[in-house]
Design a protein around this ligand. Structure first.
Ligand SMILES: Cc1cc2nc3c(=O)[nH]c(=O)nc-3n(C[C@H](O)[C@H](O)[C@H](O)COP(=O)(O)OP(=O)(O)OC[C@H]3O[C@@H](n4cnc5c(N)ncnc54)[C@H](O)[C@@H]3O)c2cc1C
Length: 303
């Protein structure tokens, strides 16, 4: 038995009935379809299971990472040592709290949350319907689109710290800004979020979601694996426009390329490695800096 197998068995023995997979390909769990194996991947169904995973990691001195739907992550080719805690579809549940508020668990996709709200005749989440990540991942980086961002509609967030303790933070305490929350510096896991919405006719809500989806399909390369916008919006411009002006549409490194359809997207044309994507992002950032004097930074989280 290898050292890794012994470690995996030890971890498993301490985790009881929590679903674990060993040497699970990260490419299967990221929208880029890139990434080597995670030594251990866990799918906790409850907050107790999540806390148990954190305690086991601490006990065994095992590094861990939190994964939602993997739509904003570039996972390394060599794989992930330690534990990846996968929350999509694991930490799930949606409930109406009162006339205007809903509570959504961190592992629910934003699409599902938006459809749930629409079904209740509650407006405000339409912009998030087409963002393919989970509510947890969305809160972590204050996801947004078409003029809206999650911080506009969040009332509070339930956060578990890495010792397993849970606290409730008001929206004003989350330090939200463009694609940022305090969790990026402090750490912490989004267990659930409460949203305050506005009553509206369901048809109007569904019609806006459909209109925004049509816009997305027309402008974004949704047929190719990607992580959405590869770069953050810089002060004084738009990354896609700057990349286009630098003549980089279609620019390629290995199997990774800047989309011909939308210059803000880095896409996997087939067989791209994480190293290809990282080099592509670096070279694009450098070329944009040379042509515009503006430095663009990756939006995708490079693990
Ligand atoms: C085709 C496409 C279109 C996109 N369009 C948009 C868009 O319009 N607007 C936009 O903002 N983004 C967009 N994205 C990017 C992505 O969907 C969002 O950033 C989303 O919020 C990521 O959520 P996720 O669950 O996939 O997180 P992941 O990619 O799994 O993780 C991203 C980060 O969040 C952390 N994280 C995940 N879950 C939790 C949790 N429960 N608690 C704490 N931390 C957590 C991870 O550790 C990681 O650091 C797009 C992506 C794609 C592929």
């Amino acid at each position: 038995m290898t050292e890794l197998t012994v470690f995996q068995q030890k971890f498993s023995a301490l985790c009881g009935d929590i679903e674990l997979r060993f040497n699970e390909s990260m490419a299967k769990h990221t929208s880029f379809r890139i990434g080597g194996p995670a030594e251990i991947m866990a799918f906790p169904k409850t907050r107790d299971q999540l806390a148990k995973l954190l305690k086991t990691s601490a006990l065994l001195d095992c590094p861990f990472a939190i994964l939602g739907a993997g739509t904003n992550v570039l996972a390394p080719d060599e794989g992930m040592s330690g534990l990846v805690i996968c929350l999509k579809d694991a930490l799930s549940g949606l409930e109406r709290l009162d006339e205007t508020r809903i509570r959504v668990m961190g592992g629910i996709t934003m699409a599902r949350a938006a459809v749930f709200a629409a079904g209740l005749g509650l407006s405000g989440m339409e912009f998030a319907h087409g963002i393919p990540g989970t509510v947890g991942g969305g809160v972590y980086m204050n996801a947004g689109a078409y003029g809206g961002e999650l911080s506009d509609i969040i009332e509070s967030v339930e956060v578990m710290d890495f010792s397993g303790n849970i606290r409730c933070l008001k929206c004003s305490e989350m330090d939200f800004s463009y694609r940022h929350s305090r969790l990026e510096e402090e750490g912490g896991i989004v267990i659930s979020a409460d949203f305050v919405l506005i009553p509206k006719a369901e048809e109007e809500i569904r019609s806006l979601m459909k209109e925004l989806q049509t816009k997305r399909t027309a402008s974004q390369p949704l047929d190719l694996p990607s992580a959405g916008s590869a770069f953050k919006r810089p002060v004084g411009g738009y990354a896609a426009a700057l990349i286009d002006q630098a003549g980089l549409k279609g620019f390629r490194v290995g199997g990774a390329a800047i989309s011909e359809k939308h210059a803000g997207f880095a896409v996997n044309l087939g067989g791209a490695t994480a190293a290809d994507v990282q080099q592509l992002l670096q070279q694009v950032s450098d070329r944009v800096y040379e042509t515009s004097g503006i430095r663009i930074e990756p939006e995708v989280r490079i693990w």
